[in-house]
Design a protein around this ligand. Structure first.
Ligand code: FEO
Ligand code: CA
Ligand code: CA
Length: 700
């Protein structure tokens, strides 16, 4: 049934005033549904573990030793031939930038030759001149044959289980036969007021709740390439198409599988969890599987406030699981979302999940060896000696950055035998947490973003071992407890409190690791950790990006050098820094979130929130040569939306446009955006493809 004509004239509201508790321009509605108002509460990390200032004195006494290590070690990065200068902690080498600010200037780095998109508030995906775009797939589109076309007034749980889910985040594009590709997508969360006309937050119906369960999770969908453009068309009914949602089966594997703290009434063996929740970003493995990260899982569990056992209460609090009723009220419809009735269910979420999208009968696995926290992403890199290192951020104010290194080695390729060999590689290994140390005197870190006397926010760092196999390195905690309550373990060893570690991406060319720190408006607040050289701005509203270079490229790397590549914000603001590039020639950027590399070694950054008043966007910047740090905006997304994905291919850019229209006061009947379907329609989270109209490659 098509939408009746009178419904086609929905009022459109545009409430632009930011009212988010996180002070980054994000709508309060987004905060409520995405992270359970994380920024409105005290950060769960209330530890007084060693701060940067505390370690400064000992660090400075060791500085010359570490610095020498950085110089010698940094040149060992995967085949870069980097110079062994004191600046070797940075991948790029500064020379004078060329003049010109033109889109196709051949002096620009390959892949970045486009006219930057200006900041704007258009309810559209805005791309550079000469580029075309297409919506690949939207919330509610059928993945299987026989599923009716999307109709917001006729949504049901049964339909949603067979449709593309809500709020697409991570996107991966895997090879398949010929011009068919396999697209894998996270559906991070649901925004009920935008999904259900007439939704009552106080009294959701069972049908609405079960529809939300089905709209969470993951999609695997085959897509067909249009050889003349960059467009992709979903193949409805392809044999590999799948949906995973809140009642799908997931296997718990690794050291915590079967542990008493993951056993429940429904699963007394502690090995089969139902559902995956709040899947934010992720990564693809070299053996052709997909890693997806369970992030803000705290918001789904009710009645933590009734817990009286102090040990359990401390564990729940450190993960932000608090209060009584939840926003979505799922606990009314399934006891497992009620901590008072099922105390261990929450322990079965907050993991990295591995999926084999090529096997339509495979059960996804929650890999407990990679620890449990608010996982933002998981990006693997093969070490020189053949192990897999997985880098991971915990996206919470003042939380940490981690690395897992597999015990076993990777068999190269994607043959059946290689895939079998690698299938359980992520079940045994060593989990580390990062400690960052600055090399400038603490007094030079003024909290305003002023560069210290040595001209850089930089220093040394170490990976602190938390657990290896079933051996704990944290006094008073078993290996299983370290993996289940990884935040508490990291607190105990003095990890560095960071400004919300979001996505992480190792450069396929240099091996350097890039970390997006999205923002932390509480940095330096009364009672909170002060600014330090790795998080150098108080009230950090615009975020920053760190470049990390390990001293060794093998699995034994426990030391690294680091520097701040970007201090984001308005380039006119002296508190910003763009890899040393002149700020007059860069695009404003705020709240870096997801990261990706293109084939030329350029870093691409998508944003989540914008403290500068523009819509979110996607940016590219070179890391090497005279253009290092020259940040250029490639696109912006519609009203209220966040830019997720992204995938940067030679001839196509894919972004997931998440939560379009998520502005305070907006509802399904009074939407703040009508993207992508136009007037009279509700906004729909969608994956978008962008390509150059003249047939040239992206940025060429
Ligand atoms: Fe789901 Fe940390 O963004
Ligand atoms: Ca410094
Ligand atoms: Ca994110």
């Amino acid at each position: 049934m098509s939408i009746a004509p009178d419904r086609d004239l929905l009022p459109v509201i545009d409430l632009r005033a930011p009212s988010s508790p996180c002070s980054t321009g994000r709508a309060a509605l987004t905060c409520r549904y995405r992270c359970g108002d994380a920024c409105a509460h005290e950060a769960p990390n209330t530890t007084t573990n060693e701060t940067f200032a505390d370690v400064m004195e000992s660090a400075l006494s060791r500085r010359s030793v570490l610095r020498a290590g950085a110089v010698v070690g940094a040149v060992a990065v995967v085949g870069t031939g980097l110079s062994a200068s004191p600046a070797a902690a940075a991948v790029g080498e500064r020379r004078r930038p060329p003049g010109g600010h033109h889109g196709h200037d051949p002096r620009r780095p390959k892949g970045l030759r486009f006219s930057p998109v200006a900041p704007n508030l258009q309810d559209a995906v805005v791309t550079p001149t000469g580029y075309d775009q297409q919506v690949v797939i939207s919330w509610g589109d059928p993945l299987f044959k026989g599923v009716p076309a999307f109709d917001v007034h006729r949504q049901s749980a049964d339909r949603q289980r067979r449709q593309f889910g809500f709020n697409n985040d991570f996107v991966g594009l895997l090879p398949l036969a010929g011009s068919t590709r396999l697209m894998v997508v996270n559906h991070e969360y649901t925004s009920e007021t935008l999904m259900f006309p007439g939704y009552s937050a106080a009294n959701p119906t069972r049908e609405q709740v079960e529809t939300a369960w089905a709209a969470h999770g993951l999609s695997v969908v085959a897509v067909k390439e249009d050889r003349r453009t960059g467009a992709l068309r979903p193949v409805v009914g392809h044999r590999l198409n799948r949906r995973f949602h809140t009642t799908s089966e997931f296997e718990l594997t690794g050291p915590v599988a079967g542990h008493p703290l993951v056993r429940t009434k429904a699963d007394p063996r502690g090995r089969t969890a139902l559902g995956t929740l709040n899947n934010c970003s992720g990564g693809l493995t070299p053996w052709g599987t997909w890693l997806t990260a369970e992030e803000n899982i705290n918001q789904y569990f009710a009645n933590a406030a009734t817990v009286t056992d102090p040990v359990q209460a401390k564990r729940l609090a450190r993960y932000g699981i608090a209060g009584t009723a939840t926003e979505r009220k799922w606990e009314r419809f399934d006891d497992r979302f009620d901590i008072a009735k099922e105390p261990n269910e929450a322990n079965r979420f907050g993991w990295i999940v591995e999926i084999d999208p090529y096997d339509p009968t495979s059960t996804p696995r929650k890999r407990t060896a990679l620890g449990r926290f608010k996982h933002e992403a998981a990006q693997p890199r093969i070490t020189d000696d053949g192990h897999v290192a997985v880098y991971m951020g915990d996206d919470e104010r003042f939380d940490y950055f981690y690395k897992f290194v597999s015990a076993g080695t990777v068999r190269k390729g994607t043959s059946a035998s290689a895939r079998r060999h690698n299938a359980d590689l992520l079940d045994e290994g060593t989990l580390y947490v990062a400690r960052f140390t600055g090399d400038s005197p603490a007094i030079e870190i003024d909290g305003a973003g002023t560069l210290p006397a040595d001209g850089r926010f930089d220093g040394a760092g170490e990976w602190i071992k938390l657990v290896s196999g079933r051996r704990s390195f944290v006094p008073g905690m078993t290996a299983e407890e370290v993996l289940l309550f990884t935040r508490l373990a990291a607190d105990a060893v003095g990890a560095t409190k960071m400004d919300r570690p979001e996505d992480v991406e190792p450069s396929p060319r240099t091996g350097a690791v890039y970390i997006a720190l999205t923002n932390n408006s509480n940095r330096g607040a009364t009672g909170a950790a002060p600014a330090d050289e790795a998080n150098p701005r108080t009230s950090n509203k615009n975020g920053h990006v760190i470049e990390l270079v390990e001293h060794r490229a093998d699995s034994g790397a426990t030391r690294f050098a680091w520097n701040i590549l970007l201090l984001c914000g308005d380039p006119a603001d002296p508190k910003t820094y763009f890899g040393g590039y002149p700020s007059r020639d860069v695009s404003p950027i705020s709240c870096p979130d997801n990261l990706a590399f293109d084939r030329y070694g350029n870093l691409w950054i998508s944003t989540d929130g914008n403290a500068l008043g523009s819509h979110d966007g996607l940016f590219g910047l070179a890391l090497e040569g005279p253009e290092r740090g020259a940040t250029r905006q490639f696109l912006t997304v519609p009203t209220g939306a966040e830019t997720c994905g992204p995938v940067i291919e030679r001839d196509r850019v894919l972004v997931a446009v998440q939560h379009p229209g998520e502005k305070d006061g907006a509802t399904a009947t009074a939407p703040a955006s009508t993207w992508p379907d136009g007037p009279g329609r509700v906004p729909r989270p969608s994956v978008v493809a962008v390509w150059q109209r003249n047939g040239r490659s992206i940025g060429m």
